[in-house]
Design a protein around this ligand. Structure first.
Ligand code: NAD
Length: 491
């Protein structure tokens, strides 16, 4: 058993549910066994959050903001320790995990400030003797359920705005990567007890949270199938949901970037292979115009073959192992099916010569048939299928041709093409000439089955607020339109 404890009502408590084993995906050794939350402990966490809500929701926004800035400071102080834990449990290169902690701290700082910037707006009243306002109230207790690929960042995108809005939290990491989340406790111990509760567990704990009447909203990031289960459980009790789900992001390369084709290939490779392709906004389908197609594939393959697989702790490792054996197998199965339908794996696809760890060498695929899952369903691995298209019309039509709509990338210098892509791509984020760059102030989320609601930006704060219209008359007088109607309009 590891020393990792749950945080419930300000106390560190051993999980009393069945333990989960946490694997190091590089060494394939068991890192720790973590006691999960029992049903009673899920309830205790919800109770603690409910109890803390009244005082926290009334705490002045400036004070809440100062406490959020303190979380950011503590994250920066513990950057090395937390990044190392994420590297051990998730396999992402240390350099990427250090960045993740920086981004978490920046998001806490951002919400510390916008949380005290506005609490609604004043609207024009019906009559001049009146004051009318739109007031933003905290929603209540927020349940946060997150996946394994960015354990702390995706948690932060929920916890920071929820706290800034005046809500309290029950948060559950993925059973695959619970350690870094439970190690956050020292970053939170200046908050009043129960404001943030951290519990561990798998789908059963997530399902118990989704069904718990004490939790007013579930903020979820994960797969479409699980998101649907969460939405159904919340619909049953009419609780709010904010859902961030899967993607199948397109990446369009226009012929006008012939002079910068090497840069567009490097940008594409980074977008496809970052975190071993396990990013919800990974570029998973490349639509490249025919004039530049051959040069693009060749530059992409050369760059792919130069990337270094290895120990995620080593300086110079570009790509670490995938998170687990089943995750790797899912990607291989999708690749094999595409090959059986006529695709060619130009490079990669094996274990990259690594003797251990769940490695998948980054793969470039050409000739994939449009109807194969490789071009339709989420891959979540380091695979770049490149498709030749004749023009932008075809690229946009194919790009919009899946059930997903999370992000989309385009390389072009042509203003008309950029504006067309901006307007016509059905995706929550469109990146033009700079793939996958997030911005705390820019809302993040999906069209179609990729999501409901948004994180980050003001929208990310509003996800955890209730909207109240306040109509105030400063004169107490009888209104001419009241009963009796025999007098209505007479005065
Ligand atoms: P997952 O759906 O399997 O699990 C996500 C979380 O839900 C985990 O904490 C899991 O324990 C929990 N869960 C499982 N069953 C549940 C249930 N019935 N009720 C409530 N909770 C339950 O996803 P994953 O494999 O951990 O993560 C990968 C997926 O996440 C991919 O599909 C990826 O696209 C998506 N993702 C989306 C975004 C985004 O912002 N849109 C970001 C990162 C990852």
């Amino acid at each position: 058993m590891s020393g990792h404890r749950l945080l419930i009502g300000g106390e560190a408590i051993a999980g009393e549910g069945g333990p989960v084993a946490v694997e190091n995906p590089f060494t394939e050794e068991t890192l720790a066994s973590v006691g999960t939350a029992s049903a009673a402990q899920v309830g205790a966490a919800a109770d603690a959050a409910r109890e803390a809500f009244e005082a926290w929701s009334r705490t002045p926004a400036l004070e809440r903001g100062e406490m959020l800035h303190e979380i950011a400071r503590r994250l920066r102080d513990r950057q090395e320790r937390l990044a190392a834990t994420m590297t051990r449990e998730g396999g992402k290169p240390l350099v990427e995990n250090r960045d993740e902690i920086d981004w978490c701290a920046a998001a806490f700082d951002y919400y510390a400030e916008i949380g005290r910037d506005s609490a609604g707006r004043v609207i024009p009243p019906i009559e001049s003797s009146q004051l009318a306002m739109v007031v933003k109230d905290p929603l209540g207790v927020v349940g946060c359920i997150v996946p394994w690929n960015y354990p702390l960042l995706l948690l932060t995108w929920k916890v920071a705005p929820a706290l800034a809005a005046g809500c309290t939290v029950v948060a559950k990491p993925s059973e695959i990567t619970p350690l870094s989340t439970l190690e956050l406790a020292p970053c939170l111990d200046h908050l009043p007890d129960g404001v943030v509760n951290l519990i561990a567990g798998a789908g059963d704990v997530g399902a118990a949270m989704s069904a718990d009447a004490r939790i007013d909203c579930i903020a979820f990031t994960g797969s479409v199938a699980t998101g649907r289960a969460v939405a159904l459980a919340c619909a049953d009790r009419l609780a709010r949901v904010n859902l961030e789900m899967g993607g199948k992001d397109p990446f369009i390369v226009c012929s006008d970037v012939a002079a910068e084709i090497e840069i567009a290939a490097r940008g594409g490779a980074w977008a496809a292979y970052l975190n071993a392709g396990q990013v919800c906004t990974s570029a998973e389908r490349f639509y490249v115009m025919e004039d530049v197609y051959d040069d693009y594939v060749s530059a992409f393959v050369d760059h792919t073959e130069s990337l270094v697989l290895g120990d995620p702790f080593d300086v110079g490792t570009d790509i670490g192992p995938m998170v687990s054996a089943p995750q790797r197998q899912k990607v291989i199965d999708q690749l094999d099916a595409a090959v059986a339908a006529g695709a060619e794996v130009v490079t990669g696809g094996g274990d990259g010569g690594q003797g251990r760890g769940h490695f998948l060498a980054p793969a470039v695929v050409t000739g994939a048939a449009a109807e194969t899952d490789l071009l339709r369903e989420e891959t979540f691995g380091p695979v770049a299928p490149i498709v030749r298209v004749k023009d932008l019309d075809e690229a946009i039509e194919l790009a919009n041709g899946t059930r997903f709509g999370l992000g989309a990338n385009v390389y072009t210098r042509d203003l008309g093409s950029a504006v067309r892509c901006m307007r016509e791509l059905r995706a929550g984020t469109v990146w033009i000439n700079d793939p996958l760059t997030d911005n705390d102030a820019g809302p993040f989320g999906g069209f179609k089955q990729s999501g409901i609601g948004r994180e980050l930006g003001r929208e990310g704060l509003e996800a955890f607020q209730e909207t109240k219209h306040v109509h105030m008359e400063t004169e107490i007088e009888r209104k001419s339109w009241w009963y009796p109607y025999s007098e209505y309009g007479a005065s």
